[in-house]
Design a protein around this ligand. Sequence first.
Ligand code: FES
Length: 192
Amino acid sequence: MTVPNPLQGDAENKSVVATPITRQEQTASTEVMDRRSFLKLLFLGWAAFAAVAAGFGTMLLRYLFPNVLFEPKQSFSAGFIGDYNVGEVSERFKKQHRVWIVRDSEKIFALSTVCTHLGCTPNWLPNENKFKCPCHGSGYYRTGINFEGPAPRPLERFKISLSPDGEIIVDKTVKFQQEKGEWSDPDSFIVT
Ligand code: FES
């Protein structure tokens, strides 16, 4: 008695008949492929178009809304004389306006915080009673006169005046340079 092989039996029972592909089926398959390729191309075309349009859109926006640097106002109120102690170097307006307000026994003046060497911002060192530039070591007295390092000339001062109601107004559009003898100009200080 022979034991039937289940694997063989299955193979024997199933006859695989290779059905030839008809011409119609071939044409239909080619059409499907063509349609897919066309859709793919269409998608790529749209993607490229969208990318170019986005690029132009960005350029247009930058043209319409350019990067504008909003500078702080050139003229500002620095409070009242009584806000400053004699001997004080006030850093209240250093960050926003790049100005020190200095009061000595006779006057108040507005000193620029821009180093005359290469434009860095010096630090006020109260314990050493001087301004010291961190970039190349220039030193300035509290008056703004340079005394050490590569700075070629003193710090500049700005126009300073009192408004009718006693407010101190600093006008950065007008500068006074010590080496030109301009610090004696009455617009460069307020007598206290
Ligand atoms: S920028 Fe101040 S010492 Fe050079």
